[in-house]
Design a protein around this ligand. Structure first.
Ligand code: NI
Ligand code: MN
Length: 226
């Protein structure tokens, strides 16, 4: 499984021949807009954790360009189905076996309105399992006890956690979250994009290191393979 970072919570996940885009917010992000052409992105599926602008901005353009199926909660799926897009609706606690592997939509503590204020259902995260690899994409969330449910059923190879604070968990809570999900290999997301979520990279990495954990902070378009 190859995971590429495009800023904020935007990710590309390649599993064999299947291409998945998560929370595309690229053209609105000063860090990525000049480095990534969304028309170059391949996508069979677009996974959306919730309806906030910094997670869905480029979903329509990428879906139009690629014919990808949008996978999200019931309300977000309905929103895009009404616009003529292919969708796969899910809801919390539900798992589905796709051709590339399984996806479970799990709880997040956050909000989920669309940019126009309309209802975007309840926010979530995803657990993706393909072959013998499993990753957790927390989405925007607070630290929550529900994270402790995850290792009862999954052995994670990578936890993708927000670390920017203010709107989501910060570093200290993300370290606790990695305890809760029992995964010491963490990809940090949702930091630096706006003034409210700027972080000190060295300090963040040191804090994880001190806790016996690895924090990956990727450059735009940089990948890790698990
Ligand atoms: Ni959000
Ligand atoms: Mn966000």
């Amino acid at each position: 499984m190859k995971i590429t970072f495009y800023g904020q919570n935007s990710l590309a996940i390649q599993i064999k021949d299947t291409h998945i885009i998560v929370d595309p917010f690229i053209t609105g992000n000063d860090f990525s807009k000049d480095k990534v052409d969304i028309m170059d992105l391949k996508a069979d599926y677009i996974l959306l954790t919730h309806a906030h602008q910094d997670h869905i901005l480029d979903a329509e353009a990428i879906a139009k360009n690629t014919g990808a199926t949008i996978v999200s909660n019931y309300e977000i799926s309905n929103h895009y189905e009404d616009k003529g897009f292919k969708v796969h609706p899910m809801n919390h606690g539900g798992n589905w076996n796709f051709n590339f592997g399984s996806v479970k939509y799990v709880n997040a503590i956050h909000t989920s309105s669309f940019p126009d204020g309309s209802y975007g259902g309840q926010p979530g995260g995803f657990i993706i399992t393909a072959g013998d690899k499993t990753i957790y994409i927390a989405g925007d969330t607070a630290l929550t006890m529900d994270m402790k449910l995850i290792p009862l059923q999954y052995k994670l190879d990578l936890a993708i956690l927000p670390i920017g604070d203010n709107f989501t968990m910060g570093i200290d809570d993300a370290i606790l979250a990695s305890d809760f999900v029992e995964c010491n290999n963490v990809l940090g997301v949702h930091y630096d994009t706006f003034g409210y979520i700027k972080i000190d990279h060295d300090q963040a990495k040191k804090k994880f290191e001190k806790a016996g954990k690895k924090l990956h902070l990727l450059e735009i378009s940089e990948s890790i393979t698990i």
